[in-house]
Design a protein around this ligand. Structure first.
Ligand code: GTP
Ligand code: MG
Length: 325
């Protein structure tokens, strides 16, 4: 199943919409003359503008009927109420354009001279220009909302492990090593800005296991969380069956073990099973703490050990069938 945002329409700028509409009108002028030409130009420009604006509005999903977790994820990445208000205004402008066109057609029907007709059409164009130009900020907001919504990945209800933890602890490195997913890996925090989904195949045809990398979380109050962290909390609360909490016990991520531990107890829902994974075991490391698994994400064997942990937690019956190594 695709996300509800995959086919969001591209959002043109006001200037591009006007350019397209006026070029279309100019083509209508070539095949008509006199008052007819003014009528055709007015209608072409109006239809182009109102058509584009209507397509934009109808291309956004109804935010009141989104399935979980997409409803909350949408709320996490955009101000849904604001987007709906803007879509309402865009819809209003589309109707307004058609009213101006209808009014102009009535004037043109009564025009006594070609000059009067030309003046009337020019006045209509000037009004189109000003009405649509006033939408520029709204269109920019929709363009940004589209970018944010389209980045929400497809999340299935397959058995799911969430890779979660502070920023920079190696979550993306693990996901890349284990699946075909291709998140960026870098030395700074919040390299991953959206949920990233990878899969593991299982024996049963049509079934697979889902691994969701959640953007890094900081040790702070819920109200202060950014849109990356808000997505992580939704994945933990609504998508994950099991959490692999990734620690960087070398603290080279920039967050102390104390912070990483406190964070874990603050954000992981208490009913979820958790595996405590210490990553970066190749670096110097606080060994006074007990972890369930210690790995280096850059070591193939370690990663396949972790993969086996995932399989055994998400699909224990399949793992029992595997031959012993
Ligand atoms: N030495 C060492 N470095 C690692 C290991 N795993 C990851 N790194 C490095 O740690 C840094 C962060 O890795 P990422 O995989 O981007 O970490 P992340 O948790 O996805 O980071 P955010 O998406 O920003 O939250 C990168 O420079 C990685 O190369 C490891 O096992 N050992
Ligand atoms: Mg990452």
């Amino acid at each position: 199943m695709a996300t509800p945002f995959e086919d969001l329409p591209f959002v043109d700028s006001a200037e591009d919409l006007l350019d397209t509409a006026f070029s279309s009108a100019a083509r209508a002028a070539e095949s008509n003359s006199g008052v007819d030409s003014q009528r055709a130009q007015t209608q072409r420009a109006a239809n182009s503008l109102s058509g584009s604006l209507e397509n934009l509005v109808s291309g956004f999903p109804s935010f009141t009927h989104l399935d979980p977790p997409y409803d909350e994820l949408a709320d996490a990445v955009v101000d849904v109420d604001e987007v709906r208000r803007v879509l309402g205004r865009v819809d209003g402008v589309s109707s307004q354009i058609q009213s101006v066109a209808a009014e102009t057609q009535r004037e043109l029907a009564d025009a006594d001279s070609s000059q009067e007709a030309v003046d009337s059409r020019k006045r209509a164009f000037a009004r189109f220009d000003s009405i649509v130009s006033e939408l520029e900020t709204d269109l920019q907001l929709l363009a940004e909302a589209r970018e944010a919504l389209i980045a929400i990945p497809e999340v299935s209800d397959d058995p799911t492990v969430a890779l979660a933890g502070a920023p920079n602890v190696g979550k993306s490195t693990i996901l890349r090593e284990m699946t075909a997913a291709d998140p960026d890996v870098d030395t700074y925090s919040f390299t991953t800005q959206n949920l990233v989904v990878g899969h593991l195949d299982v024996d049963t045809p049509g079934e697979r296991l889902q691994i969701v990398e959640t953007p890094g979380l900081l040790d702070r109050d819920t109200e202060e969380r950014n849109r990356m962290e808000r997505q992580s909390l939704i994945a933990l609360e609504q998508v994950a069956d099991v959490v692999f909490w990734i620690y960087d016990a070398s603290e080279s991520c920039g967050y102390t073990m104390e912070t990483q531990r406190r964070l874990r107890s603050d954000v992981v829902p208490p009913e979820l099973p958790v595996l405590e994974v210490a990553n970066k075991a190749d670096l110097e490391f606080q060994r006074d703490v007990d972890f369930d698994v210690e790995i280096s994400a850059e070591d193939e064997e370690d990663v396949s050990r972790l993969e086996k942990e995932i399989r055994s937690r998400l699909q224990p019956e399949a793992v029992e069938r595997l031959p012993d190594e």
